[in-house]
Ligand binder design. Structure first.
Ligand code: CS2
Ligand code: MN
Length: 351
């Protein structure tokens, strides 16, 4: 396992120096955040970023994310030019020594939560998801005020985009994803850069938009449609684990044995009891005991099936008075990293 840490670039309040001081961390996972979605990431900018990371004693072998333009997900006639740009970005990243690209194929919205600072009993705060709040939101009828939603679209632009997705169902979205992958995977093979799709978070349809990377069936179908090791997944435990239909220990073992897990996001979530039985979860500390997911079991299944890939602690809470970027403060993710390191050491030494 290669332990990494997400870093949001030079403006991240968490410095490379701090990251370097976390035991076991050898690299950061980052991106060029200022390049508009769809444009080529030029080699110079990539190398500058890599050199900055390397100068701090860390590697930059994983990118999260190179975002996929909505025109590609929609399958419009603009997609070929945008896929050509994506291909050029892959080539440039390969030249800079990048080995894995994490991306997602969720229409319009990335991860969705109802709260960014849910207060927990010990005084820390974390991200949370309450189905009741989400059910009360309708982006077609109201101006969406969704925590974490970056409002990069105006209301009119969002309306227009949502209207275009009305003719895109799960099957169409899947076909568009396969079209994209069939074009890029041969280049990935040539450049030795692996694609690792991040599962949909949460793994079900939201606001009427289709979502397809939600569990075993979708992932199996994706692997069958584009049968290359370079077409792999980011195993994000907190994303897939939000659906109780997903058996994460089984999936971890199965996909590691297929050599298709290129990146691990280790995050625990805790389902809370609600008066009316609706879904509510918050993002708990990483160790198994504090959440609803068997983080140990997942790591064991990965180890037993030969996983040695890139890993990072996903989302941490805000603790010790830190007021960090939601999910991405320093302290709790650092605790998560040392927990993962320790569990992994234990598994390896008792094999
Ligand atoms: C991340 C995702 O913060 C997170 O939950 O795991 O936002 C992830 O970066 C993207 O979905 C990957 O494209
Ligand atoms: Mn994740």
């Amino acid at each position: 396992m290669k332990m990494t840490f997400r870093w949001y670039g030079p403006t991240d309040p968490v410095s490379l120096e701090s990251i370097r001081q976390i035991p076991g961390i050898t690299g950061v996972v980052t991106a060029l955040y200022t390049i508009p979605v769809g444009e080529v990431w030029d080699l110079d900018s990539i190398l500058k970023l890599r050199d900055m990371v390397n100068a701090a004693g860390l590697e930059m072998e994983v990118i999260e994310s190179v975002p996929v333009h909505e025109e590609i997900k929609l399958g419009s006639d603009k997609r070929d030019a945008l896929i050509d740009n994506y291909i050029q970005t892959i080539r440039n990243l390969g030249k800079a020594g990048v080995k894995v690209i994490c991306y997602n194929f969720m229409p319009v919205f990335d991860w969705v939560r109802s709260e960014l600072k849910y207060k927990t009993a010990d005084g820390s705060n974390c991200l949370a998801y309450d189905q009741r709040t989400i059910d009360g939101l309708n982006p077609k009828k109201q101006t969406l005020s969704l925590p974490g939603w970056d409002e990069s679209y105006t209301k009119e632009e969002l309306d227009a985009l949502l209207a275009r997705y009305e003719s895109v169902d799960e099957n169409k979205l899947f076909d568009n994803m396969v079209y994209f992958l069939k074009k890029i995977i041969p280049v990935c093979e040539e450049c030795d850069v692996k694609m690792a799709v991040h599962p949909d978070d949460p793994p079900w349809s939201l606001f009427g938009l289709p979502r397809i990377i939600t569990g075993e069936a979708g992932i199996d179908k994706l692997f069958a449609a584009v049968d290359s090791k370079y077409n792999g997944i980011t195993l994000c435990t907190g994303s897939l684990g939000a659906s109780r239909d997903n058996d994460l220990v089984k999936m971890a073992g199965k996909y590691a044995a297929m050599d298709r897990v290129h990146f691990l996001h280790a995050r625990n979530i805790k389902f809370e009891k609600t008066d009316d039985g609706r879904l509510f979860f918050n993002e708990s500390p990483h160790p198994t005991e504090f959440g609803s997911l068997d983080i140990y079991g997942i790591l064991k299944a990965l180890a037993d099936n030969g996983f040695e890939g890139y890993t990072r602690p996903d989302h941490g809470r805000n603790i010790w008075g830190e007021d960090g970027k939601p999910g991405y403060g320093l302290y709790d993710r650092a605790l998560g990293a040392t927990y993962l390191y320790g569990v992994w050491e234990g598994i390896k030494k008792t094999k």
